[in-house]
Design a protein around this ligand. Structure first.
Ligand code: HEC
Length: 280
C-alpha cells in the first residue's frame, strides 16, 4: 500500500510540465516544453527589464502571437481577451489587441540556465517563474511599462482565448458594440473600475454609474467629460481624482470612456437572478 502511494507521488513529480491551450472551455492542445520549443519560426530570446526585481534578464521562449496562430489559426485575433491560468489561481486577462501590438514571449527558461533563475521580490520572497512565464519586450518598447493591462503572469499552466461577456458579464459592453465602445470599456476597467461599479461589477469607493439610471442620462456630455478631466472644477470637495494627466491621447481616452458609458445605458441589470447571485 505504502509503496503504491510512493510510486504515484514519484510519477506525478517527474511528469513534465505542460501548457493547456483552450478556446473558452474547450481544450485545443496540451503542450510540453519540448513540443513548444519545436514550433517553427517561433523561438526567440528577449532581454527585458524584469519588473519584479528591476534587473535585466534574457529569456528563451516562443513569441506568443506565433504560438496562438499555430494552434488556433488566425481566428485567435477575433477573441477579445487572452487569459492566463497560473499555479496560484491568479488568472489575469490581457486584451488581444495589446498582445498583437506589443511584443511578448512565453518563456520556458532563462538563457544559459537550466530553467529559470529565481526572482527576488522587493519583500525578500523568492519566486520560480516556471514552468511558463509571460515576458514583455520592455527595453525596446518603453511604452509597455506604462500600460497596466500588460501583466507578467508567472507559473503559467494554461492559456485561454475568451471574451468580454464571459469574463465580465455585468460590465461588458453590449454585444456587437463598435471599436470605440470596446476601447472605452478597456480604459474604464483600467482607470475607473477600482472605484466605481457598472451594474454592480467593480469597486465601491465611488457610486454605481449605470444602474438604475446611467450617469449619461442625467449628466450633459460636456459636463461629464469635464468632471472626468477635473472633478474639482465642478464639485469643490469632490473626492474623485482627476483623470491621469500623463495618459497618452488623454482626450480620446476620456471620450471613449463616455462612449462606453452611453452604450451601457442600453444594458441595465434588470435580471433579478443576476442581482441575487452576483451581488455581495
Ligand atoms: C479613486 C477613486 C475614483 C476613481 C479612480 C474614479 N472615481 Fe469617479 N468618483 C469617485 C467618488 C468618490 C465619487 C463621488 C462624488 C465625488 O466625490 O465627487 C465619484 C463620482 C463620479 C461621477 C459622478 C457620479 C454622480 O452621479 O454624481 C462620475 C460620472 C464618475 N465618478 C466617473 C468616473 C470615471 C469615468 C472614472 C475613470 C476615468 C472615475 N470616475 C474614476 C471616485 C473615483
Amino acid at each position: 500500500m505504502t509503496l503504491l502511494v510512493l510510486c504515484s507521488v514519484g510519477a506525478f513529480a517527474t511528469d513534465p510540465p505542460t501548457l493547456t491551450l483552450r478556446k473558452n472551455d474547450q481544450v485545443i492542445k496540451i503542450l510540453t516544453i519540448s513540443e513548444l520549443l519545436q514550433i517553427k519560426n517561433g523561438s526567440v530570446s528577449v532581454t527585458v527589464d524584469n519588473p519584479t526585481d528591476s534587473k535585466e534578464h534574457t529569456y528563451d521562449g516562443i513569441s506568443l502571437p506565433v504560438l496562438l496562430e499555430r494552434f488556433f489559426g488566425n481566428t485567435w485575433e477575433t477573441f477579445d481577451l487572452v487569459k492566463f491560468i497560473t499555479v496560484d489561481g491568479y488568472q489575469p486577462v490581457i486584451p488581444t489587441k495589446k498582445i498583437i501590438a506589443g511584443s511578448c514571449v512565453i518563456s520556458t527558461g532563462e538563457k544559459g540556465y537550466p530553467g529559470f533563475r529565481k526572482l527576488k521580490r522587493k519583500n525578500g520572497e523568492t519566486i520560480d517563474p516556471g514552468p511558463f512565464y509571460l515576458v514583455w519586450e520592455n527595453i525596446r518598447d518603453k511604452g509597455i511599462r506604462e500600460d497596466s493591462w500588460l501583466s507578467w503572469p508567472w507559473q503559467i499552466t494554461g492559456i485561454e482565448l475568451t471574451g468580454f461577456p464571459r469574463e465580465f458579464p455585468r460590465s461588458a459592453p453590449p454585444t456587437l458594440s463598435g471599436e470605440s465602445v470596446n476601447e472605452g470599456f478597456l480604459a474604464f476597467r483600467q482607470h475607473c473600475i477600482k472605484c466605481h461599479t457598472i451594474n454592480g461589477d467593480g469597486g465601491h469607493v465611488g457610486p454605481e454609474l449605470n444602474y438604475p439610471v446611467s450617469v449619461t442620462e442625467y449628466w450633459k456630455e460636456e459636463w461629464l467629460i469635464r468632471f472626468i478631466e477635473d472633478p474639482q472644477s465642478i464639485r469643490a470637495n469632490s473626492k474623485m481624482i482627476p483623470f491621469y494627466r500623463d495618459v497618452k491621447n488623454r482626450q480620446t481616452v476620456i471620450s471613449s470612456i463616455v462612449t462606453y458609458l452611453k452604450a451601457m445605458k442600453n444594458k441595465k441589470r434588470d435580471d433579478s437572478t443576476l442581482m441575487n447571485t452576483q451581488d455581495k
